[in-house]
Design a protein. Structure first.
Length: 374
């Protein structure tokens, strides 16, 4: 299990510097006093078309992004601890001249307007979102069958939702949302092809070693048939389960939550079945030479199955009948739907899944100690 996204913030007791060219301020029109000031979100770019969002609002800094991906060619495997992720964020904040996130040492109730509930805050970094992920290998070409099988299983009160392209299944409530945790399995090769491949190719135009390494990772993902399990753990869940305050809470509690989600894979037995149509059989057995001829003869079979009567003296009927008889089907007989199928099962194999470990050549993310900037 590793961390694929992190969003956190901290409130400071001093004014923060400007990091952009503009800022927004809300004034009291009667006194001219500045009530609130905020700076537009800055997307801090790293190597290989990666970025992390930094936002300053009043005396609060919010950082939102994927520390396991930042500055790297890929994020097939990432950081496994919150500390390492926040270390990436802190080094980024220091380069911007901003104070780093601190561990929480205490919590307290903040003042709120009358009639509203008080809010528990802390003197350090507060987590708003954590994405935790794991990789499974199901074998090349088996990803869609595995994901489709998962789409038959409910997780507690959440209903499975298979996406149109068949590459993702997620679980949502009856109302169509996931307010606490958004959970999904998806085809990792398809995700890289859609969202990362072109960006990496463009960013490594003059960096052949990095581009070659990216293709090596991509080939590994494809050959292993990697399906990724992901949980986007949202603020409401973190608040309910006391998992918000870095330094005060034990985030190892996320592992049993993630393991419970992964247990859905133990409920299913996946069979990958390959079917052969009548047209395929006609071509494979060299009864006809072209797909057009095969489809024409298959059309006569469909008419036969739906009760069509044929003129057996017609030369076209005789020709198609002769072809189908080589497959053991005679359209001169009375149609019986129980004896024929337009497709034939030619192969059935059971798909096994297992956790994926990084190969020896894989470049894992490096842990960087906090570096001070003069």
């Amino acid at each position: 299990m590793f961390i694929d996204w992190l969003k956190c913030y901290q409130d400071y007791d001093f004014d923060l510097p400007f990091i952009g060219e503009t800022s927004e301020a809300i004034f009291d029109t009667l006194t001219g006093e500045i009530i609130h000031e905020r700076q537009p979100t800055q997307r801090i770019t790293g190597s290989f078309s990666t970025s992390i969002a930094v936002r300053i609002s009043g005396r609060r800094i919010t950082v939102d992004g994927n520390p396991s991906r930042y500055g790297r060619v890929d994020n097939l495997f990432g950081y496994t601890s919150i500390d390492d992720c926040i270390s990436v964020f802190n080094n980024l904040l220091l380069t911007l001249g901003l104070p780093p996130f601190n561990r929480c040492t205490q919590t307290f109730r903040s003042q709120t307007p009358d009639g509203k509930r008080t809010i528990t805050t802390s003197d350090g970094c507060t987590i708003q979102r954590i994405d935790v992920t794991s990789n499974f290998s199901v074998g090349e070409g088996n990803e869609l069958a595995f994901i489709k099988s998962l789409a038959t299983q409910r997780i507690k009160n959440s209903i499975p939702n298979l996406h149109t392209n068949g590459c993702t299944v997620d679980w949502i409530s009856k109302k169509g949302n996931a307010s606490h945790i958004y959970q999904s399995f998806y085809n990792k090769f398809n995700e890289i092809e859609l969202h990362q491949k072109q960006k990496i190719i463009n960013s490594t135009h003059d960096d052949k070693p990095s581009r070659d390494y990216f293709y090596k990772v991509l080939d590994f993902v494809k050959s292993q048939g990697i399906v990724r399990a992901e949980q986007k753990i949202k603020s409401q869940f973190l608040r309910t389960h006391n998992l918000r305050f870095w330094g005060l809470h034990d985030f190892s509690a996320l592992k049993p939550i993630h393991d419970e989600f992964l247990s859905v894979t133990n409920r299913i037995t996946v069979n990958d079945m390959k079917f052969e149509t009548i047209s395929d059989q006609l071509l494979r057995q060299n009864v006809v030479k072209s797909r057009q001829a095969a489809n024409a003869t298959a059309g006569y079979l469909f008419m036969f199955l739906h009760g069509q009567k044929f003129d057996l003296q017609n030369r076209n009927v005789q020709n198609h009948r002769a072809r189908l008889r080589k497959l053991g089907i005679d359209i001169a007989n009375t149609s019986d739907m129980t004896k024929f199928s337009p497709a034939r099962l030619v192969e059935c194999k059971e798909i096994h899944h297992q956790k994926v470990t990084a190969p020896d050549w894989y470049r894992k993310p490096q842990t960087h100690p906090l570096r001070l900037v003069a």
